[in-house]
Ligand binder design. Structure first.
Ligand SMILES: [Zn+2]
Length: 184
């Protein structure tokens, strides 16, 4: 599928609040847990480039294609805490505040905006594969601050995150870590 070889695309934005910390040490300020209000923008295009439905003059009814994605952002990602899988805070939550485990978004290594963009794109691909297999995510952007954004083009970087349904980003459910079973 040619990345720019489509006539129409749909774009959806969603805002959410999140917190995170990064432990690699490359950005010392980011080792202190802190938060952002982010906006994730996705561009969806049709694999077949078939164009408009002659009955409706639409590509697809909007709520049908964005519903599951927005549900995941609103219920799981909004007010989540992003941690690398080796962060000792995970043990803290397990031992002291286990009820908050579902709100931990856990990534392999530091939850940088770049890595999360790849995880989000994989999650969206899982939703599309189940509900709207004729569409693909051609572009995903996370606006972390008013001046910083990460732009990800999934078809040019397919191996950023591991394949397999044992990883939350590949499952078409509401999960954001592996500690709780798939919730729908
Ligand atoms: Zn930050």
């Amino acid at each position: 599928m040619a990345e720019d070889g489509y006539g129409f695309a749909l774009e959806f934005n969603r805002r959410y609040s999140m917190a995170h910390r990064l432990n690699s040490g490359i950005a010392p300020n980011c080792q202190v847990p802190h938060g952002h209000d982010e906006v994730v923008t996705v561009e969806l295009a049709e694999k077949s480039n078939a164009g408009l439905d002659p009955e409706t003059n639409m590509l697809v009814e909007f709520s049908r294609i964005k519903g599951r994605w927005f549900q995941w952002i609103d219920k799981s990602v909004d007010h989540s805490f992003h941690l690398g899988h080796k962060d000792p805070l995970i043990t803290y939550f397990k031992e002291n505040e286990a009820h908050l485990i579902p709100k931990l978004l856990v990534t392999p290594g530091d939850p940088t905006t770049e890595l999360r963009a790849a995880c989000y794109a994989a999650k969206l691909a899982a939703f599309l594969a189940e509900e709207n297999p004729n569409f693909f995510c051609s572009r995903l952007a996370i606006q972390e601050t008013p001046t910083n954004a990460v732009l990800f083009r999934p078809s040019f970087a397919t191996d950023v995150v591991a394949a397999g349904a044992e990883h939350w980003w590949n499952r078409p459910d509401l999960s954001i870590n592996e500690f709780v079973g798939s919730e729908n």
